[in-house]
Design a protein around this ligand. Sequence first.
Ligand SMILES: *Cc1c(COP(=O)(O)O)cnc(C)c1O
Length: 455
Amino acid sequence: MFGMETIQYNLPQSRIPLAWYNIVPDLPAPMAPPLHPGTLQPLGPDDLAPLFPMALIMQEVSAEREIEIPGEVRQIYAQWRPAPLMRARRLEKALDTPARIYYKYEGVSPAGSHKLNTAVPQAWYNKQEGVTHLATETGAGQWGSALAMACAFLGLDCKVFMVRVSYDQKPYRRALMETFGASVTASPSNTTDCGRAILAQHPDSRGSLGIAISEAVEVAAKDPKTKYALGSVLNHVLLHQTVIGQEAIEQMALAGDDPDVIIGCTGGGSNFAGLVMPFLGRKLKGKGHARIVAVEPAACPSLTKGRFVYDFGDTGHLTPLVKMHTLGSTFVPPGIHAGGLRYHGMAPLVSHVINLGLADAVTVQQLDAFAAGVQFARAEGIVPAPEANHAVAEAIHQALEAKAEGKPRVILFNLSGHGHFDMQSYIDYHAGKLENFEYPEEEIAMALAGLPVVP
Ligand SMILES: *Cc1c(COP(=O)(O)O)cnc(C)c1O
């Protein structure tokens, strides 16, 4: 007889969390407040009101440990949640490692990534406050697809500024957004002041998340019917993602294992925070011991090479100043295929946690990330998103370290999305056309020289 080994640790629909977990009240030190870019004074809720509905602004500044998930949002979550926790047994065998590797698979969402966990509540709260139109940016297209789907479910109009390099590389992502009813514009575009200003200086601009954010914010600021939605970085976005870690805690208990290391890739920090914050909250209360590792691309290393200072969230300097690890808001990252990791900054909450020494950060080169993704696909059958490949690479690295030590190690990572719309990057990888990018030292030094001066 062939003894069956457990691969999936699944929860019933009734175990979708009832509340999001806010780690802020459990942290040993408070976060630095966001500042008004004009007065340099801490921001008040009214300052954000042109861009966001009040319910999300209150979540942004909340000190409540638990924030109830609205019933209708939970009902929509049930379309794909609870997401599975998988034991990567075939990968373990391929690596011949004593490590036990688990991954939380967020690619089961209809939009293909974890982004839908926040797209749905963001659309829902906007709708409650009478908003009819949302404007946003998208890098790789994952966030745009998620918000487009959420808007289709909730009957809102959705306008997406898509970073030019992704717009050209990923026509199927654009088609998906349009299928959900969104309108998609390549950024920088000539439809906004900010886009026109960038194009005047750099007619061939590949775009960046920082530029696309400026365009979407400008549209929302100028039109009273339109609000803005952001797919990462902000506290309320990271909060919504904590369904991932809360489910994973229960699923690891089902597996009878406690992670020694928890890994997430970091672009703006949301999938990482979503998985790790619930575990970190427990650890701060003395439960669990996992080391927490954020993985970023070597070409855009905000956590490992950036400064922890106040900076703008966008290139056009329309957003508040937030204290975060940043490479400078004018830095345009190299055109790596992990478009979702091409952001000059990092979530203030993730930056704060790293600064407190509660988590570590490492970098991975593009070719190593794809090599890991291909190895993972051949063992586990899932083709990871290029962003998620960074987490896979670190998980494999940890498993090989355990092998070298000859000791078991329990590894948990977030497989934040699948790569089915990113196959052009795999085509390029197989054709030997992908390259590693050296750390763009001069450009980053220039961008850092332009940091705003905050006394
Ligand atoms: C957007 C995205 C990321 C990066 O964004 P975070 O906010 O850092 O999570 C990572 N993985 C996938 C699949 C994404 O779509």
